[in-house]
Design a protein around this ligand. Structure first.
Ligand SMILES: *Cc1c(COP(=O)(O)O)cnc(C)c1O
Length: 479
């Protein structure tokens, strides 16, 4: 880890929610992912940008991203370099606005799915790939990213780092258990630094192997392993930007002072970025958390009890979670930044599978609701028939909950997290086979050659493969 830094209360110095990891610079926070004490990293302070809003609303997406991010990056990356990284990251989006905002019925919709893999994770992972490459080159290091996926994250991570210098990525997925579209989105990427590992087992097997790889500390060190996960601070940071961008658009269209924002939620990463945007001064009245039937978070905001209850598959698989990995960040603020308390609560939760926080239901910033399977399909159908607008199943959960939480004088903005063609099975089920959506980017994949490696569901098999293909210090490219 580079240079000790002193405690100073600023937004580019990072601390752990559990308070035992000292102070980290931005680039160390990005490269570390999870804090060494098991907590999650957060900036020491959140800048108040209220005075900037009138200037900011005139900016393009990459310009706005630069303004938001430089406050959290500090002197770690010169502004001119950061601007280049952002311009490159957002050059691969097919919509000129990057995040178009449209009005559909009474709701406003921010389309977060115009990136290379057609899901909102591109907004963060396209940037993270640029950031990794930049930091590795500066520090003469290499990185072997390893992840396990059941869907969206794998392809978005692969597209984030494909062709990048000094990075390799190894993505495991259960052979035959991800949708054909999602598999093709990964295996058609033929860049030399991308390795798709089809594991002969189920999703739990891939998770077990992943855990074992990171627990073997010698192996992890020797092969410079890094994780692709939803808790990396840079992912949250990149997501803050569109809360400003999209609420500015709704203000311009409606003249409203504040906007309510509804977010289809799984691991709490997306909505937590909205929570920070609001604390910075974005014109957000309230956030509405929308869950599918895996509703641990919605139950928490209704009852104050956060309780593990298993997970059931749904039409919106990227929201099928048992516990939400970014929840601890929210807990930290909710408990008045008392890291000893956060640590105790998380320890109790690990032991008993539940925790109780009185007054959670009175949270004025976050309201929550859930949408079951039938209503998800009904909502897809209703939006298509009434407004000729076709939402994907994740977005449909958000629209249904957003409608129910509508306010009298404040417009509601819903985050659309994936393109419907990515989940054409569920959409086809809602509308019938004659309306199955398609997208040229996905259509093109059908003709493309693919590459994958089939491996046994054993840690040794995966370790052996990584040993043979990982980058090591000797293979660092100097530019
Ligand atoms: C990841 C994902 C979500 C959930 O986002 P979180 O940040 O985990 O809450 C919702 N919809 C889609 C399409 C996703 O890929």
């Amino acid at each position: 880890m580079s240079g000790e830094i002193m405690s100073k209360n600023d937004s580019s110095t990072y601390i752990s929610t559990r308070g035992k990891s000292g102070y980290l610079r931005f680039r160390d926070a990005v490269m570390t992912g999870l804090a060494p004490d098991g907590g999650l990293l957060l900036p020491q302070s959140i800048p108040d940008v209220t005075a900037e809003l009138n200037k900011w609303r005139k900016l393009t997406y990459p310009e706005l991203a630069l303004e938001v991010m430089r406050r959290y990056v500090g002197s770690d990356i010169p502004v001119t370099d950061l601007r280049k990284l952002l311009n490159r990251a957002y050059s691969r989006f097919t919509a000129a606005e990057i995040v178009p905002v449209v009005q559909v019925g009474d709701l406003h919709i921010a389309e977060l799915f115009h990136g290379p893999t057609l899901a909102f994770k591109d907004l963060a992972l396209q940037f993270l790939g640029e950031l990794f490459e930049y930091i590795l080159a500066e520090e003469d290091r290499c990185l072997n990213l390893v992840g396990a996926t059941s869907g969206d994250t794998g392809s978005a991570a692969i597209y984030g780092v494909r062709g990048k210098q000094n990075i390799k990525i190894f993505i495991m997925y259960p052979d035959g258990r991800v949708s054909p579209v999602q598999e093709r989105q990964m295996t058609s990427v033929l860049d030399e630094n991308v390795h798709n590992l089809a594991i002969n087992g189920n999703f739990d097997d891939t998770q077990r192997i992943l855990k074992a790889l990171f627990q073997d500390l010698d192996f992890k060190e020797q092969y410079a392993l890094g994780a692709v996960n939803s808790v990396n601070w840079a992912r949250i940071l990149a997501q803050i930007v569109y809360y400003f961008y999209a609420t500015f658009r709704v203000q311009a269209d409606t003249g409203a002072e504040k906007v309510q924002v509804c977010v289809p939620t799984g691991n709490f990463g997306n909505i937590f970025a909205g929570y920070l945007a609001r604390r910075m001064g974005a014109p957000i009245e309230r956030l509405v958390l929308a869950a599918n039937r895996n509703d641990i978070l919605a139950r928490f905001f209704r009852t104050g009890r956060y309780e593990r209850q298993g997970v059931a598959p749904t039409y919106s698989p990227s929201m099928d979670i048992e516990v939400a990995s970014n929840f601890e960040r929210y807990l930290y603020y909710r408990e008045g930044r008392d890291s000893a308390k956060v640590e105790a609560l998380m320890a109790a939760f690990a032991r008993t599978g539940s925790l109780d926080l009185p007054n959670a239901a009175e949270d004025e910033v976050i309201a929550a609701g859930s949408c079951d399977q039938d209503r998800t399909l009904q909502t897809i159908r209703r939006y298509f028939e009434t407004y000729s607008y076709l939402p994907d199943p994740h977005t449909a959960v958000g629209l249904e909950v957003g409608e129910r939480f509508a306010l009298e004088d404040t417009p509601t903005l819903c985050m659309a997290t994936a393109h419907p063609a990515k989940f054409s099975d569920a959409v086809g089920k809602a509308l019938g086979p004659e309306h199955v959506p398609s997208h040229p980017q996905l259509k093109a994949l059908e003709e493309m050659p693919t590459r994958r490696e089939v491996l046994a569901a054993e840690t040794e098999a995966v370790q052996d493969y990584i040993r043979r293909h990982a980058l090591t210090r000797n293979s660092i490219t100097h530019s």
